[in-house]
Ligand binder design. Sequence first.
Ligand code: COA
Length: 330
Amino acid sequence: MKSLFASMISIGAYAPKKLLTNADLETMVDTTDEWITKRTGIKTRHIAADDQAASDLGYEAAKLAIARSGLLPSDIDLVIVATLSGDYLFMPSTAAVLAGKLGVRNIPSFDVLAACSGFIYGVATGKAFIESGMASNVLVVGTEASSRFMDYTDRSVCILFGDGAGACVLTATDDESKAIVDVKISGDGTLWDYLTIEGGSRHPVREGGEHPPFMRMKGNETFKLAVKTLSADVVEILARNNLTSEAITHFIPHQANLRIIKAVGETLKLRDDQIVLTIERFGNTSAASIPMAINELYESHKLKTGDLMLLDAFGGGLTWGSALVRFGGK
Ligand code: COA
């Protein structure tokens, strides 16, 4: 029997039209364009329209990814959505809503809740389903309308996040040259309180008051740990696959902070042309940031079949992960 691999055969993304610039934020909180640019690398973020929820953004990205895969929506046999800003509070899942919008019925769909690492967790899950023979064509979507959970009086968080979506199709193949090489996911639940959004059963939304459903972050602690953890993580995934950083065509990190990306890039001694940056225009789009960045590469004709991508992400949970992916699309 031939080995079964999972291949990422297509990518798509969507960013809502409305822009939130650093100049806009200067009128909302005590901040400056200079501080934001210097400390984060962000200039603008996209913000979902009032009638757009996470599944609406994800739907646009998913349609594109499915069309580019050459498959039909009816060929998809598993939908995984990574999000921290789903349409509904826990039920139904955003994956179920998205599957409904795509018109695909009688297939499993579920959300992966791993904050900014969600897309890599989703790819890990899709890969495992394919390699075990439980699915053949998996749609993995990272989508965020996290502006809905921003406290636009908290300057330490609201300047960072933007909305958007990215999606890919994973399919079964026996061609190793187009396969996902390795995915490594991890986390540390003892540090759950570094990034939170209240409103669940600990402090239900109806209590309101002291626990509004806004994103809160221990920014500086998270920053330091992200640099340390991601630097070690990417070194480890390369080592366990007997690869060096020269083998990487594109390094596509989660876009949380330009300084984190630069620090990890320096650890691996990567050239600038290996590093994909979208943070200046999109900010931190959480689970959507990696597929949105892959889509940027694709649409600028820089992503070729067989190119080796190194993905990495760090987020609430705490969660983190990295992946080595040979692009299987055209
Ligand atoms: N504008 C101006 N000043 C600001 C500010 C803003 N938007 N936000 C914070 N500050 C101030 C702070 O109040 C603090 O002032 P003080 O020294 O007078 O107390 C100073 O800037 C430094 O704050 P600090 O939080 O130490 O800054 P930082 O260098 O850590 O940068 C973040 C803040 C949020 C940009 C950075 O910590 C970060 O990117 N964190 C991690 C993001 C991340 O990786 N998340 C993981 C997945 S989402």
